[in-house]
Structures are given as structure tokens and as C-alpha cells.
Design a protein around this ligand. Structure first.
Ligand code: 8YV
Length: 321
């Protein structure tokens, strides 16, 4: 039986790899690190499809040099800031992402960061692990309540709304900023701020859920941090480059920002070393979608797109229309 050739730029959960083994001649990246662009291009020779992830940079040079055999690319991500969609379109290569299936898992991690930061979980963990139990229990490791606080969401899209649902259950008041105000059934009472800077002014907790674009990159800089209420908390599950790390680190050191919960980092897997010694940051290694159910669903959705394009039928989540 004819099987198309697939290059998987990383490994996937077992059910996804089983389907790949059944349906494709597959090459996996077994290097234990992302492919370099040259390695990915070399692996793509003769391949029908590529399954990549945000650590693979697919820029104009990549598409100009992509072998003609490649008929479709799927990314194991909802975000596609690592892919030059214009160049892909110019080259006639359909590209798919994996939206929706990771909304809940990512929103759960946003809540974990929010709670981890507001309840000083890193410091608490460090105390237990090092045998330094809080001695003055009535006044040590005191965090901040969420009930009654205002949560400012930059980007009330699918993930942002899943965070809002959860935060309402914690008694938080939801504020947001988007390009356009959402209809009432999607706002569910959230307060719209046309101007993102106005949103900052009311955000006791500020959570980023916007894609990384030339307009949003470096959004949270020193000047905007100054707009946040005193002792605000910052949460980021979107993309690291939405934050100017040096400015946030200064604000965390100075106590201008009470705490931060971060799952994504500019230049990850490298992390600005300034974060590492700070007690008031709760740090995770980009785990937003990392559950077995969600990563399996992402893998299956990517393969559904690849199958559809190769079979010349409409694909579920192509980025180009
Ligand atoms: C990663 C993500 O894709 O979906 C996204 O945009 O950033 C994540 O889900 C995932 O960590 C695999 O690299």
C-alpha cells in the first residue's frame, strides 16, 4: 500500500506516533533538540508533509528552499509566529495549526501560574524541600487573595475566555482588551477597554493571551509596567517575547510588581538568568498544552490536516483561506 512520507520534527504522544507509523513512511527528529533549519530542509527532501513545532523557524528563506515534494506543513501549536504564512502562501504550501483543542489545558496552566504567583508557591516549595519550614507562620509566606481582584486579559480569544471562566469561579472581575469588542454572549460580563494601556491601569492581575505579532512584541515594557496598579501580578502563557524581560525583572526586584507566573520565555529554552534567583516568580518550561489528552488531540488534528491536504479534501484548520 502506498504511504506518503512525513517528517516529524519532534516526537509525539504514543497514539499519535502509532497513527503516523500506520499511515506514513516517517522520519522523526531523534536528536533530542530541535532541528536546525538546514537539518529540517535536508530531512524534507522527498517528503510529502512536515509536522513541525514552534521551535522550528519557517521563514522566507525556508520556503524559498523548501523541496517541491512538500505539499503540506502542520504545526503542533495554535501559535504560528514561527511561520512566515505570506511566504508559505506565495510558495503555494498549505499550513495548518492546532487551535481549540488546547484551550482548556492552557487555561489551566494560566490558573496554576496565577495561583503559584499569588500564593508564593515557589518560595513555599523551596522551604519544604530545603527543610526551612516557615517559622513565623502567621506572617510568613503571605500571598494575595484573588477574590474581588480584577483580572486584565490582553486577548480575550479562545484561551483568554477559558481563563476568564476559571477566574470568575475564583471571584475575580474580568476586564479585557481586544482589537474589537466582543458580542455580549462572548464577553459574559467582562469589561472592554478599547485601549490596552487603560486595561493595564485596572489589572490587579494581568494575563497575556494575545499572539506574538510585530504589534504585540515587547508589549509589556517599563512604561507599561508603570501603568499597572501597585503590587500587580503578571501571568504569561502566550509568548515570551510579549514581555521585555529586563524591565519585568527590575519591577519584580523593586517590588513594583508583586509576583509573576511565566510559562513562556523570550528565546526559550534559554531563560533570562535574572528570573532564576527571584523568589517572587513561579516558572514553568512552556507546559501550557502539556497533558496527554491535549497533546494527543493536537497531534491528531495536525495529522487530520495533513491527510486532508494529501487527499485533496477540505482540511479542518488550515491557516490560509
Ligand atoms: C506548543 C504552543 O506548541 O500551541 C502553541 O502555540 O506554544 C504550545 O502548545 C507546545 O508546547 C509544543 O511545542
Amino acid at each position: 500500500m502506498y504511504k506518503p512520507t512525513l517528517v516529524a520534527a519532534r516526537h509525539f504522544p504514543p497514539a499519535v506516533e502509532k497513527r503516523i507509523a500506520r499511515d506514513f513512511h516517517a522520519t522523526f527528529n531523534d536528536l533530542g533538540r530541535p532541528f536546525t533549519q538546514a537539518e529540517l530542509l535536508a530531512a524534507a527532501q522527498g517528503a510529502d508533509a512536515l509536522f513541525v513545532s514552534p521551535t522550528d523557524k519557517l521563514d522566507a528563506y525556508f520556503f524559498a528552499n523548501l523541496p517541491e515534494s512538500v505539499k503540506v506543513i502542520a504545526s503542533f501549536s495554535v501559535g504560528y509566529d514561527h511561520i512566515d504564512i505570506g511566504a508559505a502562501t506565495a510558495q503555494g504550501v498549505p499550513v495548518a495549526n492546532t487551535p481549540d483543542v488546547l484551550n482548556d489545558a492552557t487555561a489551566d496552566i494560566a490558573m496554576l501560574l496565577l495561583l503559584g504567583a499569588s500564593r508564593r508557591a515557589s518560595e513555599g516549595q523551596a522551604r519544604v524541600r530545603s527543610g526551612r519550614w516557615a517559622s513565623e507562620k502567621s506572617r510568613e509566606l503571605l500571598g494575595w487573595d484573588l477574590d474581588g481582584k480584577r483580572l486584565g486579559i490582553l486577548g480575550l480569544g479562545r484561551i483568554g475566555r477559558a481563563v476568564a471562566h476559571r477566574a470568575r469561579a475564583f471571584g475575580m472581575e474580568i476586564h479585557y482588551s481586544n482589537h474589537r469588542q466582543l458580542p455580549p454572549e462572548l464577553e459574559e460580563g467582562a469589561v472592554f477597554h478599547q485601549n490596552a494601556d487603560d486595561l493595564l491601569g485596572v489589572s490587579d492581575v494581568f494575563s497575556l493571551h494575545t499572539p506574538s505579532t510585530p504589534e504585540t512584541r515587547q508589549f509589556l515594557c517599563r512604561q507599561r509596567i508603570e501603568l499597572l496598579p501597585p503590587e500587580a501580578i503578571v501571568v504569561n502563557t502566550a509568548r515570551g517575547n510579549l514581555i521585555v524581560d529586563a524591565d519585568l525583572i527590575d519591577a519584580l526586584k523593586a517590588g513594583r510588581i508583586a509576583a509573576a507566573g511565566l510559562d513562556v520565555f523570550d528565546g526559550e529554552p534559554d531563560v533570562n538568568p535574572g528570573y532564576l534567583d527571584l523568589p517572587n516568580v513561579f516558572l514553568l518550561p512552556h507546559m501550557g498544552s502539556a497533558t496527554i489528552e491535549t497533546r494527543t488531540a493536537m497531534g491528531m488534528l495536525g495529522l487530520d490536516n495533513i491527510d486532508a491536504v494529501l487527499s485533496k479534501v477540505p482540511a479542518p484548520t488550515l491557516l490560509q483561506v
